[in-house]
Design a protein around this ligand. Structure first.
Ligand code: SAM
Ligand code: SF4
Length: 338
C-alpha cells in the first residue's frame, strides 16, 4: 500500500523529466571481462560492509516504489546473478504494492540454473548480453570461454517464460562488427529480441574513442545488406532508448540504442542506485548522492524519499559526450549498473 496521507511526488528534475525506471546495481563484481567494460585484471571491488545488504536494497526499492512513483525496477551490476540473495530480493520486490515491473540485465552465466527460480519469484523479463555467437570472438571479447553457458541461459530464460527475452550486443571495430547479421539471424531463429548498443565511454580503462566506435548508422547499413528493415512507429517509442525496426516485414524487430550519436536524454526516465547505496541521476553523472548513510542512521521512509528527490532535482539536461570538455565519470559502467 502507498503510505496513506502522502501524495507521491515523483522524481522530477528541472527540465520536466520524471524518473520512474530504477536501475539497481546488486554488485560491482563480474565473472566476465568484456573489453569495453573492464580491464583484464578486474577492478578494486567494493568491500562487503560498503555494499547494501539485501534488506537495505529492498528498503530503498520500496521507498522508490511506494513514495516516489517508480514503477519499473531493473536489477543489474556487475553481474547480478553473482548476488546470493537475488531470488529473495526479486521476490520481495514483486510483492510491493503497487507492484512494479521487475527485470534483470545479466551476462547469462548461471541463468540456466536460476531462471525458473527467478520466474517463480515473479521476475517479469530478462536482458541477456551477448555480442557474438562465435566461440573465439566470445573469448577475445569477454576474456572467458563461456559462450555455451550464455546460450544455455538464454534457452532457460525463454523456457521459464521470462519473455520477451532480449539480447543486448555491443559491436567493437575489428572484433565482432562483421558478425552483426549472424547475431541477428541467431536471435530471429530463437525468438529473442536483439538490440545493439553503441559503445559508450564508460570503460574503466578509458579505451573508448569516438573515431573507432561503431555508430548506429553503420549498424543499420550492415544489417540492411542482409535484412529488409523498416522503422516501427516512432510514436510508440516514448522514453524507450531503442529505435526499433521490423525485420523482413515483421513481426520480429531489431533495436538500436544510439546513446552517443542520437542521444535521447530529453526523454530519459531513469535513475540509478549503486550497490553501495548512492543515487545517480545519469549514467554519466559526475556527482552521486549518498542514501546509505541516512539509511544506516535510521532515517524514515519520508526522509529517504526527500533526499532522493533532492538528488534528482539537479539532473543535467544531457550527457554531453559531444562536448569537447566532456569528462568520463569516475565509476565505470560495471560499478554504476548498466
Ligand atoms: N553484467 C551484466 C551484463 O553484461 O548484462 C549487467 C551489467 S552490464 C554493465 C549492462 C550492459 O551494459 C550490458 O549489456 C553491457 O553490454 C553494457 N555495457 C557495458 N559497458 C558498456 C559500454 N562501454 N558501452 C555500451 N554498453 C556497455
Ligand atoms: Fe561483466 Fe557485464 Fe561488464 Fe561484461 S558488460 S564485464 S558481463 S559487467
Amino acid at each position: 500500500m502507498r503510505a496513506t496521507g502522502t501524495t507521491p511526488l515523483g522524481l522530477a528534475d528541472a527540465y520536466g523529466r520524471v524518473a520512474t525506471d530504477l536501475r539497481v546495481s546488486l554488485t560491482d563484481r563480474c565473472n566476465l571481462r568484456c573489453t569495453y567494460c573492464m580491464p583484464e585484471e578486474g577492478l578494486d571491488w567494493l568491500a562487503k560492509p560498503e555494499l547494501l545488504t539485501d534488506d537495505e536494497v529492498v528498503r530503498l526499492v520500496s521507498v522508490a516504489v511506494t513514495h516516489l512513483n517508480v514503477d519499473e525496477i531493473r536489477f543489474t551490476g556487475g553481474e547480478p546473478l553473482l548476488r546470493r540473495g537475488l531470488v529473495d530480493i526479486v521476490a520481495r520486490t514483486t510483492q510491493l504494492n503497487p507492484r512494479p515491473q521487475v527485470s534483470l540485465t545479466t551476462n547469462g552465466i548461471g541463468l540456466a540454473r536460476q531462471a525458473q527460480a527467478l520466474r517463480d519469484a515473479g521476475l517479469d523479463r530478462v536482458n541477456v548480453s551477448l555480442d557474438t555467437i562465435r566461440q573465439e570472438t566470445f573469448l577475445q571479447l569477454t576474456r572467458r570461454d563461456r559462450l555455451k553457458d550464455v546460450v544455455a541461459g538464454l534457452e532457460a530464460a525463454q523456457q521459464a517464460g521470462l519473455t520477451p527475452v532480449k539480447v543486448n550486443a555491443v559491436l567493437m571495430r575489428g572484433v565482432n562488427d562483421g558478425e552483426a547479421a549472424e547475431l541477428l539471424q541467431f536471435c530471429l531463429d530463437r525468438g529473442y529480441e536483439l538490440r545493439f548498443i553503441e559503445q559508450m565511454p564508460l570503460d574503466a580503462q578509458h579505451g573508448w574513442s569516438r573515431d573507432t566506435m561503431i555508430t548506429a548508422d553503420e549498424i543499420l547499413e550492415m544489417l540492411s545488406e542482409r535484412f529488409e528493415l523498416a522503422p516501427t512507429d516512432a510514436a510508440t517509442r516514448g522514453s524507450a532508448p531503442a529505435e526499433s525496426f521490423t525485420v523482413r516485414g515483421g513481426p520480429q524487430t531489431v533495436g538500436i540504442i544510439a546513446s552517443v550519436t542520437r542521444p535521447f536524454c530529453g526523454d530519459c526516465d531513469r535513475v540509478r542506485l549503486t550497490a553501495d547505496g548512492q543515487v545517480r541521476d545519469c549514467l554519466f553523472a559526475r556527482k552521486e548522492s549518498d542514501l546509505r548513510t541516512a539509511l544506516r542512521a535510521g532515517a524514515d521512509d519520508k526522509e529517504l524519499a526527500e533526499s532522493w528527490r533532492r538528488a534528482m532535482a539537479g539532473k543535467l539536461p544531457g550527457h554531453g559526450i559531444a562536448d569537447p570538455a566532456f569528462l568520463q565519470p569516475v565509476r565505470p559502467m560495471s560499478a554504476i549498473g548498466g
